[in-house]
Design a protein around this ligand. Structure first.
Ligand code: 13P
Length: 397
């Protein structure tokens, strides 16, 4: 595969092309040779024809004071959201809600990327404009969820694995044509169910294959091994599991020659299990999470875009703010779905007359998280609704 790639060579400056591409269909690669030592070793970095663009896209998304709006709920999950406000899960209702989100005036000041479900990538707003075009006008990079969801993992302890690699390269090529510039693949790891070595390995390998394929089509891959909040375990156990998971993820990313400068990560914050009696302060969450990131994530990675995972809107923002009290080697930001949309959805309630109020609420949350990305969020004046936790045991996206 012609992908963003790197290989460490002993003595010979550039590997023989036929050796490198054996049996592979190579797009014109750009080759950069970095001499690490005058005589003994040469590092050859081969990047796909998209390498420069990937780096640029990742940097744009990881720009100061901005983060990602995850609005890529599958039709089934979107149906649950609509059901919670008494709406039927029809294409028209999904379109109305997503029109509200993408066209919130000035959203691009706080939001650098929006992850879409396939339906939305090809959909128009209720005014008849392509959703993708509305995003680009707002200076928001369109992204696309490319995984095909979770299924039981045979041979494991009731764990799951993520589908979607078959035919992925054709889909990513088509999504690029349609205007997407980054991708997301969400797999999960359950602490109460193990995690088994098999489940962690499968999650890491799947993410790495997906990342290499996405980069080959010009899409920046968001690498998301979500460590679920479910469980009674304490924060130390989450830390231990997260270390293991990220070690494997980076092992396989490297093995698949993924260009680290052209990826984004979407980790869970390191917190106690949702049913653990000992709760953690934002300072503790920040300390544990940053310690994890420093131990496992190379500084070449441009952005860490956290998921909210069932935390309340305010909790997710406070935790992010605490992490940005220090200078970090990566852009530390957000890629929230529930923690950006919850109050917005309730405020809308499916009524056209509430669209403006709902957009204002979305902007309020986006601005709060923008401030948290800059380490300047105070938490003052937040509504009771925004403080309500959203954890649902055994939640399925
Ligand atoms: P939450 O922020 O609701 O956890 O969703 C993020 C997401 O995109 C899950 O993949």
């Amino acid at each position: 595969m012609a992908s963003a790639s790197a290989t460490l060579l002993k003595s010979s400056p550039i590997i023989d092309k036929s050796e490198w591409i054996k049996g592979q269909n190579l797009r014109q690669p750009s080759v950069c040779v970095v001499r690490c030592h005058p005589t003994s070793a040469t590092l050859t970095v081969r990047a796909s024809s998209y390498a420069d663009e990937l780096v640029k896209t990742a940097k744009t998304i990881a720009s100061p004071g901005r983060g990602i709006l995850a609005m890529d709920e599958s039709n089934a999950t979107c149906g649950k959201r609509l059901d919670s406000i008494g709406l039927e899960n029809t294409e028209a209702n999904r379109q109305a809600y997503r029109t509200l989100l993408v066209s919130a005036p000035g959203l691009g000041e706080y939001i650098s990327g929006a992850i879409l479900f396939e339906e939305t990538l090809y959909q128009s707003t209720i005014e008849g404009k392509k959703m993708v075009d509305v995003l680009v006008e707002q200076k928001i990079v369109p992204g696309i969820k490319v995984d095909k969801g979770l299924v039981p993992l045979p041979g494991s302890n009731n764990e799951s694995w993520c589908q979607g690699l078959d035919g992925l390269s054709s889909r990513t090529a088509a999504y690029y044509q349609q205007g997407a510039r980054f991708a997301k693949w969400r797999t999960v790891v359950s602490i109460p169910n193990g995690p088994s070595a098999l489940a962690v390995k499968e999650a890491a390998w799947g993410l790495a294959r997906y990342a290499a394929i996405s980069q080959d089509s010009g899409l920046v891959p968001i690498v998301e091994p979500e460590i679920l909040l479910d469980g009674e375990h304490g924060i130390d156990r989450t830390f231990e599991v997260a270390q293991k998971v990220w070690a494997e993820v980076f092992f396989y990313l490297a093995e698949n020659n993924v260009l680290f400068e052209g990826i984004l990560l979407k980790p869970s914050m390191v917190t106690p299990g949702a049913e653990c009696k000992d709760r953690a302060t934002p300072q503790q969450v920040a300390d544990y999470t940053l310690k994890l990131l420093h131990r496992r994530i190379p500084p070449a990675v441009p952005g860490i875009m956290f998921l909210s995972g069932g935390q309340s809107e305010v909790e997710a923002t406070l935790n992010l703010n605490a992490m940005n009290q220090s200078t970090n080697p990566w852009h530390v930001s957000f890629s929230y779905a529930r923690a950006l949309q919850n109050t917005c959805l309730k405020t809308w309630g499916g009524r056209p007359e509430n669209v403006k109020a709902a957009q204002d609420v979305l902007l309020l949350r986006a601005k709060a998280n923008s401030l948290a990305q800059l380490g300047k969020y105070t938490g003052e004046g937040e509504s009771e609704e925004a403080k309500k936790g959203m954890f649902v045991k055994g939640y399925v996206y």
